[in-house]
Design a protein around this ligand. Structure first.
Ligand SMILES: C[S@@+](CC[C@H](N)C(=O)[O-])C[C@H]1O[C@@H](n2cnc3c(N)ncnc32)[C@H](O)[C@@H]1O
Length: 264
């Protein structure tokens, strides 16, 4: 495992990570989930691949919603171990594999999935690795198969300082918090301090996300930025910041390549 991705196996970081509402409550603790679920649509009888599965909440949901089979990959041994535990009582339709998704060969066969899904993992990949992955994902999807993923929003990943720094305007007492934005055009590595660990993320612009999908042969069919709704804020006032700057970028894309008919 590379130094960049070992953080999820670090005991201190992992203990803090497991305390997050979205890890404790699964999709109920993930405010962007309803948007992702609408992009995912039905998974009934589908073959699904989840990249950077974490605790396996999505695989759990997919099996409960009648997916035919789910392959889950994550670079972290601990995450795969926990995902196995969390889905142990479900029908045996999930295969788990410790796999670095930035590698040149993901080990997936062409045309083998209807849906490739990933939540909040791709911003851990450099742009070169992200592009390499997209090419493999495009080939792994059937014609019309879809890729649905979320990443930290480029506005969130851009700052060269700590991305959590915020500024209160004089006299406004938190009513108009400002997150200083810089280095938007400087793509690349950001070293952040999160949950007591040094977490490596990669910033890329909105343009790079879209162009990378198009270059890999995808048709972009859905695009949303997660911003908290009034209902979200009633349940969780701490998401107020997500109304002031988008936290997540959510994208849906389709494989439109047709297999060439055999000659003769
Ligand atoms: C923020 S967590 C998200 C987990 C899960 N998808 C979710 O939404 O709850 C990011 C996950 O991506 C995994 N990850 C990061 N870099 C990876 C890589 N290069 N290959 C495979 N998994 C990776 C981490 O181990 C971690 O489980």
């Amino acid at each position: 495992m590379s130094k960049d991705t070992a953080i999820y196996d670090n005991p201190t970081f992992l203990a803090n990570y497991l305390d997050l509402p979205r890890q404790q409550q699964g999709h109920d603790g993930a405010p962007e989930w309803p948007i992702l679920m609408a992009m995912v649509g039905t998974v009934r009888e589908e073959r699904v691949l989840d990249l950077g599965c974490g605790l396996g909440w999505f695989a759990h949901w997919a099996v409960e919603n009648s997916a035919q089979h789910v392959d889950v990959l994550d670079v972290s041994n601990k995450m795969i171990e926990k995902a196995k535990g969390m889905t142990a009582s479900l029908p045996k339709r999930i295969d788990f594999r410790v796999q670095d998704i930035s590698s040149r060969d993901l080990g997936v066969s062409p045309g083998s999935y209807n849906l490739v899904y990933s939540s909040l993992a791709f911003h851990h990949l450099s742009t070169a690795a992200f592009k390499r992955l997209l090419a493999q994902v495009n080939s792994a999807l059937v014609h019309g198969g879809r890729l649905v993923f979320s990443v930290e929003h480029p506005i969130y990943t851009a700052p060269g300082y700590d991305q959590f720094v915020k500024v209160d305007l004089p006299g406004r007492h938190g009513a108009d918090l400002i997150w200083p934005l810089n280095r938007y055009g400087y793509e690349g590595l950001r070293e952040t301090n999160w949950l007591g660990g040094e977490v490596k993320k990669y910033h890329r612009t909105m343009t790079t996300y879209f162009e990378s999908l198009l270059e890999a042969g995808f048709l972009v069919s859905g695009f949303r930025e997660y911003m908290a709704t009034g209902e979200d804020l009633e349940k969780n006032p701490q998401w107020q910041g997500a109304l002031q700057r988008p936290m997540f970028l959510l994208l849906q894309a389709e494989n439109t390549a047709r297999t060439q008919p055999q000659e003769g």
